[in-house]
Unconditional design. Structure first.
Length: 403
């Protein structure tokens, strides 16, 4: 809507108001200032009719205009503002039309760098169009990486989020119709035996070695009513099934340096610039680095993707000097705990429950030997098929061992 705020001056203003009412000219916010003056808001489409009605008897003065039309006229009259708005819209469109960042989630054995390289070969990389077909990229990734079980790609503006799920090697299944034992795959102290099928051969507290039978698939038949030789032992063979939990012990040894090399700035530095256009980079730090040991620091000034990828940054190369300092006990312990977490993650199954963990420090010449002991509760049983054969009378199933 377009409204004008006007001031009307003249004699007998009540006649003008009556005539406006009669002609259907809408006046709003009427304010009488005196017998010869008042202000009001008039619709823009009634403005010409009001001026003809007033003629020369009244003086009309526009004090203010409101509405979309005057706003557009005001904006269009300011060319620099219009150019700025158009430029902002173009930049915003370009920034959301190209991929400016790729984040990868869910990788384990693969590295982020490997995934990004394969994504680039598949057509998804920083600087590419946001309207790339994600289905085509996913198909190419499945073709290149057999380890991938699932991949999903989502776009949020200029951000591409890639989530991958790595597959695992299939577990070799044992035919349930074939007799089998459940044997120990690790040494440990038995904590709990759940024999769903078969006969438990170990009890809580027993120590078992690798290969020991935990749940036997050989069962003696107690009822010999129909046996030809009631004195002989008769056996039946079953597919043993169940779970056996044991306390296992993991022992790791790592070393920590007594001393550490630290770096500090000498105060000498050389400023420079870096210019990257597309795949080409020019940096003054590449050929002006007189320091033997230095640190590179950079601050980006320009980073755009369109019409060509362009980066401009200022940098500084500062000289460093190395000195040897003795590490504190807290630093050694903190680093040892970090190593322990890494070793546990790499060697202890995720399904295992950590019961206890201890670190023992033994100082030696310039190094500290760290012994890490980890006690875990885990399932140690694994199915092992066997070929049924005659069982001797003096057979003892206790602690059978499968070679």
């Amino acid at each position: 809507m377009h409204y004008k705020t006007i001031r009307i001056e003249g004699f007998e203003i009540h006649r003008l108001l009556s005539q406006c009412l009669k002609e259907g000219i809408g006046l709003r916010n009427i304010r009488i200032l005196s017998d010869c003056e008042f202000t009001a808001d008039v619709n823009g489409k009634d403005w010409l009719r009001l001026t003809r009605m007033a003629g020369s008897k009244y003086r009309l003065t526009v004090t203010r205009e409101k509405g979309l039309k005057p706003l557009l006229i005001q904006m269009l009259s300011n060319r620099s503002a219009v150019a700025g708005v158009i430029l902002f819209i173009i930049i915003l469109f370009l920034q959301t039309s190209f991929i400016s960042e790729i984040r990868v989630y869910g990788y384990e054995s693969l590295t982020e760098r490997e995934i990004l390289e394969h994504l680039k070969d598949a057509g998804l990389y920083v600087g590419c169009s946001r309207f790339v077909d994600p289905d085509r990229v996913e198909i190419e990734m499945y073709r290149k990486l057999d380890i991938l079980s699932w991949i999903g790609i989502t776009f949020k503006g200029g951000l591409a989020e890639v989530t991958v799920v790595e597959g695992t090697e299939p577990i070799e299944e044992v035919d349930e119709s074939q007799p089998c034992h459940i044997i120990a795959v690790k040494e440990g102290y038995i904590e709990k035996v759940i024999a769903k099928e078969g006969k438990g051969e170990v009890e809580k507290g027993d120590f078992v070695h690798v290969g020991d039978v935990l749940i036997s698939g050989i069962l003696e038949i107690e009822d010999k009513t129909y046996s030809l030789d009631p004195e002989s032992k008769v056996y039946r063979y079953v597919h043993a099934d169940g779970e056996v939990y044991a306390k296992t012990v993991y022992r790791f040894i790592c070393y920590q340096d007594v001393y550490k090399l630290e770096k500090r700035k000498t105060g000498k530095s050389i400023p420079g610039i870096r210019l990257t256009i597309g795949d080409r980079t020019l940096s003054t730090s590449g050929f002006i680095t007189p320091f033997e040991t230095s640190v590179y620091e950079e601050k980006k000034l320009i980073d755009i993707l369109w019409p060509v990828p362009l980066e401009l940054a200022v940098n500084r190369v500062s000289e460093l000097e190395l000195y040897r300092g003795k590490r504190t006990g807290e630093e050694v312990e903190k680093q040892a705990k970090r190593q322990a977490r890494q070793l546990i993650q790499e060697n202890v199954p995720q399904s295992a429950q950590i019961i206890n963990k201890s670190l023992k420090f033994l100082p030696e010449e310039n190094i500290i030997k760290v012994t890490i002991m980890v006690e875990a509760l885990e399932q140690i049983g694994e199915k092992k098929p066997f070929i049924p054969r005659d069982v001797p009378r003096d057979q003892s199933n206790d602690q059978q061992k499968i070679q």
